[in-house]
Design a binder for this molecule. Sequence first.
Ligand SMILES: [Fe+2]
Length: 252
Amino acid sequence: MFLFPSRRHDPLPLPYSTEVHCHILPGIDDGAPDPSSSLALISRLQEMGVRRIIATSHITEGTFPNRRATIADAYSRLKAEADAQSVILPPVSLAAEHRIDDDFLRLDSQDIMPLVGPGSEPTDSPLLLVENSYAVQRADLDSILFDLRLKGYRPVLAHPERYLYYHSHRDRYEALHASGTLFQVNLLSLAGYNGKDVRKVAEWLLEHDYIDLLGSDMHHLRHADALKEYLTSSASKRHFNHLEGRLLNDSL
Ligand SMILES: [Fe+2]
């Protein structure tokens, strides 16, 4: 069988310089396990064009019971390692990827950590990165998102393309987006890293102009390798052309 070689080009830079979704802080979720690993991930992001980082460690009931203090401690360990290795860190601010679970509903307001870029002042309506369970959408999701907006947050649903239960209910994407929930799609989903179905839905969201932010959702070096590969593909060029001028990443 004759196979056409897929067209490749020099790696494009990421279409943003502010990373809004990554797990680079050491030892507090399923991202970097230790400070040296954190530095390796940061270095890979910088190679791809990232200049500012909003670190979004998980806050998930039972699995990753982080709070502002545990996240700040992890950053201190990262900073100490950077200093020890004479590495200059890019500007980093601390936020979270909040799982919408019962713990989230009980969080003190001081432990709700919106997406505020390093060096930026918090706005009156900060963006808040939230994720659904992968198994099932909560029945009260819409009312929780509504309450967040009443409190002044603009919810950003992390990787909407990864919730398989929405794939055959695309009207849910339309309804969520129309009601004011922003969407952050993972580059690795557009790359096909999470499978063909997820890639198809990510491209559907792109074509319908539902992508407000992109993120690497970087957890480990395998993600960095897959992302680098994607940046040389013809698909990345097509995706980034479509998204030009639309992403909110660098406004944070
Ligand atoms: Fe994440």
